[in-house]
Design a protein. Structure first.
Length: 109
């Protein structure tokens, strides 16, 4: 059984990326990013309970935000990763549909 990967807190920088004022950044919430254990595409993901959204950072540095997400979806991704299952397949099954529109909030680096 795989062990859980430590979570790293990172500031919410969506305001900077979308052009909002710098003052909003100083008030940024801390989001807990979970590092995906074994994936060639997915890097990290986090849940924003205020926006009911899930963010996924890919290995290339791009970040996508999926709307209308519950904490249950986030917890399902955590469980899949901890069990050594494919988080990418979980995303394809539960996030890539019309109920969860996505927005690209950062391009690949």
């Amino acid at each position: 059984m795989a062990t859980a990967t430590p979570r790293r807190e990172m500031p919410d920088v969506s305001g900077v990326l979308s052009g909002e004022s710098k003052s909003r950044v100083s008030e940024a919430r801390k989001l807990v990013w979970h590092r995906v254990q074994d994936s060639s595409h997915l890097g990290r993901f986090c849940f924003d309970p205020v926006k009911s959204s899930l963010r996924i950072r890919f290995q290339d540095g791009s970040i996508y935000q999926y709307a209308n997400c519950s904490k249950t979806i986030y917890e399902g991704m955590l469980r899949a990763d901890q069990r050594g299952e494919s988080v990418g397949e979980y995303v394809a099954r539960y996030l890539k549909n019309e109920r969860h529109p996505f927005t690209k909030i950062r391009d690949a680096q």
